[in-house]
Design a binder for this molecule. Structure first.
Ligand code: PRP
Length: 203
């Protein structure tokens, strides 16, 4: 049995669809079920931010999670495959047509990606105060909570509709990755490799 942690929502559905194509069976969490057992797999329906944690602690053998999460948590897991799902970037965003943030001696940055933001500005030698938010990050510069934000940009619509623009790219390519626990990869190598090979053909 291989345990697979999937992030609630679209990525989980798309990943289960890949399993359906491989095994020619229906893979679906029913109602509010958090566990699904099928075809020798146990799927766990977990929050996006918890996937890497489940895999790192071997509560799941493998999982699918965004590269932003792996990077932010600095997870000790093996990255096996780029699933090419949920493609986006991580950017510095700020008020459109206003670059005055560049003249600040200390930059206030609102983000849920605190470590990514801290590392990015520290490499540039820019002192920052990082304010951790959990969502609707785009609001922060609009009401003066921060000078800029560091956030996920997919279509760019959220920034545009709120009078913000991309100022700098922090991570130019973010996507969902198939990850594995390091011990599981050794213990269940044949099953994991077989699955990896099938998935690779479909993504
Ligand atoms: C993400 C991200 C941006 C938005 C970007 O938010 O934090 O707000 O999507 O997408 P876009 O470029 O296509 O507009 P999410 O929907 O995950 O919500 P939250 O961060 O506010 O919780």
């Amino acid at each position: 049995m291989v345990t697979v942690a999937l992030p609630k929502g679209r990525i989980a559905q798309q990943t289960l669809h890949i399993f359906e194509q491989i095994f020619k069976e229906k893979f679906e969490f029913k109602g509010r079920e958090l566990i699904l057992k099928k075809a020798g797999f146990t799927f766990l329906n977990v929050r996006n931010w918890d996937v890497a944690t489940y895999v790192e602690y071997q509560a799941a053998d493998i999982g699918v999670v965004g590269y932003d999460v792996i990077k932010e948590l600095n997870s000790d897991v093996m990255e096996l495959l780029d699933m090419k799902l949920g493609v986006c970037k991580v950017c510095v965003g700020g008020i459109a047509n206003d670059d005055s943030y560049k003249n600040k001696t200390e930059l206030t940055v609102a983000t849920k990606l605190q470590n990514i933001a801290r590392e990015y500005f520290s490499k540039k030698g820019i002192p920052t105060k990082i304010i951790k938010l959990n969502g609707s990050i785009e609001l922060a510069p609009l009401i003066g909570l921060s000078d800029v934000i560091v956030d996920i940009v997919e279509t760019g619509t959220t920034m545009k509709e709120n009078g913000l623009e991309i100022k700098e790219d922090v991570l130019e390519y973010v996507s969902a990755r198939l990850i594995a626990n390091k011990n599981s990869f050794v213990e269940k190598k044949p099953q994991i490799i077989k699955l990896y090979e099938s998935m690779k053909e479909l993504v």
